[in-house]
Design a protein around this ligand. Structure first.
Ligand SMILES: Cc1cc2nc3c(=O)[nH]c(=O)nc-3n(C[C@H](O)[C@H](O)[C@H](O)COP(=O)(O)OP(=O)(O)OC[C@H]3O[C@@H](n4cnc5c(N)ncnc54)[C@H](O)[C@@H]3O)c2cc1C
Length: 399
């Protein structure tokens, strides 16, 4: 784990406590969860032992909650804390993601584009609790990167909206208490016709879970659902933003992904760091099987991989520090999202190669982490897409 002066002392105490908990309660179940695609049977005990009570986006929004205050007052800002939480937990294994509640994605969309009435209605602590964890349904069977392709439709009928269409790869889509769904009012209006709607699955006739969880390369227990809307009826006031006002639906809602990108980058970083440490330990046990020259070469590669991860880490924390200071950080957020998942993937791949046939064996978690790490360069915008976004920040296009 990183031991430089990147963080304040009490942040380090929190990180170390999470590491200790995760190595005891998360890492030992990593292979089982990958194979069964299910959480362990003793999840409640694992959760109860966790030093945190809510997940990283909630930490980013609210800081540590009461009861976690013993970590002291010399903590970093909320975004840096949240990134520390992400890296520390994913170092143990990415299945840690599902242990804690606190997906605030829907509330962030409401904050970004909701009317004053919608904020007053849905952003109180009681309302948030009643809505539960959220999901974000943008991707459809025919597109992901280019959101202007939304084909799910919304038509007004009296004091309701009627949704029709399909969504894919929706994280937590089949379990969420509330989902932000993007649909177009009129395809001929292009992006201006695309609006965000709050759907509460349990209260929505015509909402269907088509597939609970996709069979995936990695992060196999993460729930990634296919959903369909067949004349799904939701209240008129559940269109986020003012139906009569200027359309901020699509880009307003997407702007809040800027907040979660450094954290997604920290997930990948944790996996890369775990893989490299695993290899370093394995090599210490096995160095006698390599020639002196090979060992020197391997040591140099390990040094270089540590450097690669450290550079990515600094990009993540730079972007988080800007957020904590209330400064613009779109460029830095995309830069972190471009760099960290690819750096982590590169490290995971090289570790598998360096371990030879053992690297591909299920005996070792590096095989699993190599599969897990790929997703972080796909969702919330791939590296290619973020390079385009960075170019727009520099040259001003698309503002
Ligand atoms: C585990 C998982 C969870 C997910 N969770 C969610 C979720 O909760 N909500 C949601 O809405 N979606 C979710 N997604 C979908 C994800 O956001 C999309 O897969 C992603 O946006 C990429 O879209 P796509 O798969 O359609 O790829 P495409 O857009 O078809 O792109 C394919 C490839 O082409 C590249 N490419 C595309 N356009 C360009 C270009 N202009 N220039 C250069 N290269 C380009 C892309 O980088 C990519 O490598 C999830 C996906 C996965 C796998």
């Amino acid at each position: 784990m990183e031991t430089t002066a990147l963080y304040r002392p009490d942040t380090l105490r929190l990180r170390d406590a999470l590491h200790e908990w995760g190595m005891q309660h998360i890492r030992p179940y990593a292979r089982e969860v990958d194979k069964t695609k299910q959480m362990p049977a003793n999840l409640a005990d694992i959760r109860a032992a966790c030093p945190l009570k809510q997940w990283s986006m909630a930490v980013a929004d609210q800081g540590l909650i009461e009861g976690e205050a013993f970590y002291g007052g010399d903590l970093d800002g909320n975004y840096v804390l949240a990134a520390v939480v992400c890296e520390a937990l994913f170092y143990c294994d990415p299945w840690a993601y599902g242990v804690l509640p606190g997906s605030t994605i829907v509330f962030k969309v409401i904050e970004a584009i909701g009317t004053d009435e919608q904020k007053a209605r849905w952003l109180t602590p009681e309302a948030k609790k009643a809505l539960g964890d959220g999901a974000f349904a943008l991707t459809e069977p025919h597109f992901g990167s280019d959101p202007s392709q939304v084909a799910t439709t919304a038509r007004r009928e009296g004091d309701t909206w009627v949704l029709n269409g399909s969504k894919m790869y929706c994280s937590d889509g089949s379990t969420a208490g509330n989902i932000v769904v993007f649909a177009t009012l009129d395809k001929s209006l292009g992006n201006a016709g695309i609006r965000a709607f709050l759907v509460e699955p349990k209260k929505t006739p015509g909402f269907h879970v088509v597939r609970e969880n996709e069979d995936k390369l990695g992060v196999r227990n993460w729930v990634t659902s296919s959903l369909s809307f067949e004349d799904a009826v939701i209240p008129y006031e559940n269109m986020l933003g003012d139906p009569e006002g200027p359309a901020r639906g699509l880009f307003g809602a997407l702007s809040m992904l800027n907040d979660s990108r450094p954290l997604v980058s920290a997930y990948a970083l944790g996996i890369g760091a775990a893989s490299l440490q695993y290899f370093t330990d394995w090599h210490a046990q096995n160095h006698q099987y390599f020639s002196k020259l090979d060992n020197l070469r391997i040591e140099d590669e390990v040094r270089s991989m540590r450097h690669t991860l450290a550079s990515a880490r600094r990009m993540i924390y730079h972007s988080c520090r800007l957020k904590d200071a209330g400064q613009p950080s779109r460029f830095e957020s995309s830069a972190a999202k471009t760099a960290a998942p690819q750096a982590a993937e590169q490290v995971c791949r090289r570790v598998v190669e360096l371990m030879g046939p053992e690297g591909a064996s299920e005996e070792h978690l590096v095989e699993k982490w190599y599969r897990d790490v790929k997703i972080f360069d796909i969702f919330e915008g791939s590296g290619q897409i973020h390079r385009i976004l960075m170019g727009r920040e520099v040259f001003g296009a698309g503002k």
